[in-house]
Design a protein around this ligand. Sequence first.
Ligand code: PMP
Length: 466
Amino acid sequence: MTQITNHLPTKELQRLDAAHHMHPFTEDAALARKGARIITRGRGVWLTDSEGKEILDGMAGLWCVNLGYGRKDLAEVAARQMEELCYYNTFFQTSHVPAIALAAKVAELAPGDLNHLFYAGSGSEANDTNIRLVRRYWDVKGKPGKTVIISRKNAYHGSTMGGGSLGGMAGIHAQGGLPIPDIVHIGQPYWWAEGGDMTPEEFGLLRARELEAKIEELGADRVAAFIGEPIQGAGGVIVPPATYWPEIQRICDKYGILLIADEVITGFGRTGNWFACETFGIRPHIITIAKGLSSGYAPIGGSIICDEVYETIANSGDDFNHGYTYCGHPVAAAVALRNLELIEEEGVIDHVRNVAHPYLMERWQALADHPLVGEAKLVGLMGSIALTPDKASRAAFASEAGTVGYRCRERCFANNLVMRHVGDRMIISPPLVITPSEIDALIDRATRSLDECHAGLKADGLLKAA
Ligand code: PMP
């Protein structure tokens, strides 16, 4: 057992946590009764909790710690930058070295003519920026009526008023008066749950063509942009059928509407390329980034903007009246820059493509033989399995959606594996540096958890189709 860092006993930490710390996306009173799991340390793909348990982090934190935990080189860069220049703003005609260097690096890595970076502190903030960018773009172009942004049901684009509105999560929309005006949602390309008797390819086209129908319904003179995650992450790691993105691209081109790819999860190597737009052949005008930009070592995000959108707004003769105190924060930018350099120097994307993905793919797909598992999907190091009482009919469980997924996640926790559930789908997104032997540990723990979950469902009579 790893030595436990000196801290208060777990019970006391849980008491203070419950008394003063309100958690995101949490029913706090229920958590207070149970007590939060307290994480004290991280090394590579491993976490340690306050009881000294070693946990394999199959989610890289929240899809972000791509280089793994505990990198001294990143800590040193942060410390040096804090001493040199801890903060300065980028408003009022000033700039600083980390913001300049990182923007140049991101422009070098980004595909096509995505050459301009507007900084934010998070993915949600960056998507708020995107709403203002695309509306401003069309306004400057003399088309102020083009304000509508089309997104998808079950998309996740953050939880600010703008990000939560762009997202298509019913639970978020149900609280706080979302979505804000002029954001509309079409169906998602989720073949497993919604594709019925169609082939995945037919279904991909059908869902993409909802975009065309929506543009026709609203009028192209009203539509500013379409936004989508190349692979829906928080929605359940939903990999669209191969026909989907080419058709979305065709429709955006045909109607001349802007295309925003939200790569907050998929950016910086997650799918085996720097950007998932390369993996799927998408040509966006704007890419949203955060998370893997700094491997989660510092909060930073942004919008990478193509020449046309940038130049239109930059040459409007007016300020773009938008910005955050922490735009391009020097410490976060310095850490992010070093993170990107390390991904290059250590060949992390080659490792994903040539080692980790092929090995995990073999073992992940074999999970589909488990009695509880329907499809098993994996792109790069982003994977999901659908839990089902009947593979042949792709049936949902009779119990309320999420009941079985929650039980499976609890078994994973008990087996010291972080694997998340979205409804009755289990998802993984481990650090990109995961090794084959760590993948073995992940699969062994996942299999044990599935076995235990299956036995529990049987015992409780819950192996029933809806
Ligand atoms: N977009 C996507 C695709 C995301 O997955 C997330 C976070 N999970 C966000 C935006 C929001 O990012 P943040 O939590 O940093 O605001």
